[in-house]
Write a protein of this length. Structure first.
Length: 240
């Protein structure tokens, strides 16, 4: 449901690919820059929620890049990666403006945990809880606006947002029509279950690449619906 932006500035292509794939599998939106110069431009232009920054980079090292962004007033959390893990190097990273420092080689679970803790500490994860991203669709659950994968700008209705919010909060689970009616319409209302079906049809028209063959909003016959918020990475893995 959440989709914080993470920028990886790393010149080791294989490592960058592994980190990118794992972060995307966790639901993050990821950008990669292969050197310090490209990292500076992407950091400035993309406004990431977190920067994973290698120390030894072509064109501009990580410490220099971080210092420059801090001088420009940028407070984006930075997780330094380095093959040098001595206490002196860790101190140098913190003095350059880094928020955390992880020595190579490292275990991916630890890396992912540090990423989440930095994002949570900065409030970025809490901020994006109001933003639902699946595939190339983006929905702002506070303003009820959305941008579909084909570029359409949408203004959603109260019921559409309510259904989206409920299904997204239970992603991967089957949610019955009665549960949707109670949560979105209220227990005192008595619309038919067909009403739910009509609203799901609308959501499919808004967001599915092919509404006749949904990949996000699945019907579970005789019960209700299941929402599968595939990331672009997961869609590519499935060949869709």
């Amino acid at each position: 449901m959440t989709s914080a932006k993470v920028l990886i500035v790393e010149d080791e292509a294989a490592l960058a690919s592994v980190l990118k794939d794992n972060l995307e599998a966790e639901g993050f939106e990821v950008r990669h820059a292969p050197d310090g110069r490209a990292g500076a431009a992407t950091w400035r232009d993309e406004c990431p929620d977190l920067v994973v920054l290698d120390v030894m980079l072509p064109h501009k090292d990580g410490y220099t890049l971080c210092r420059e962004r801090r001088k420009a007033g940028d407070a984006t959390p930075v997780l330094f990666l380095s093959a040098k893990g001595s206490p002196e190097e860790r101190v140098a990273g913190l003095e350059a403006g880094g928020d955390d420092y992880l020595a190579k080689p490292f275990h991916l679970p630890e890396f992912l945990l540090r990423v989440r803790k930095l994002l949570d500490r900065s409030g970025a994860l809490r901020a994006v809880n109001a933003r639902l991203v699946f595939g190339e669709n983006t929905v702002d659950l506070l303003s009820w606006t959305a941008r579909a994968a084909d570029g359409r700008e949408l203004l959603l209705g109260e019921r559409e947002v309510g259904i989206l919010r409920l299904l997204a909060s239970r992603a991967g689970e089957v949610v019955s029509r009665d549960e949707i009616l109670d949560a979105v319409w209220g227990k005192g209302a008595f619309p038919s279950s067909r009403t739910v079906d009509n609203f799901v049809v609308r959501l499919r028209r808004h967001f599915e690449p092919d509404p006749a063959q949904p990949i996000y909003f699945h019907t579970v016959w005789g019960v209700g619906y299941r929402f599968t918020p595939l990331t672009n990475h997961q869609r590519r893995a499935r060949g869709r």
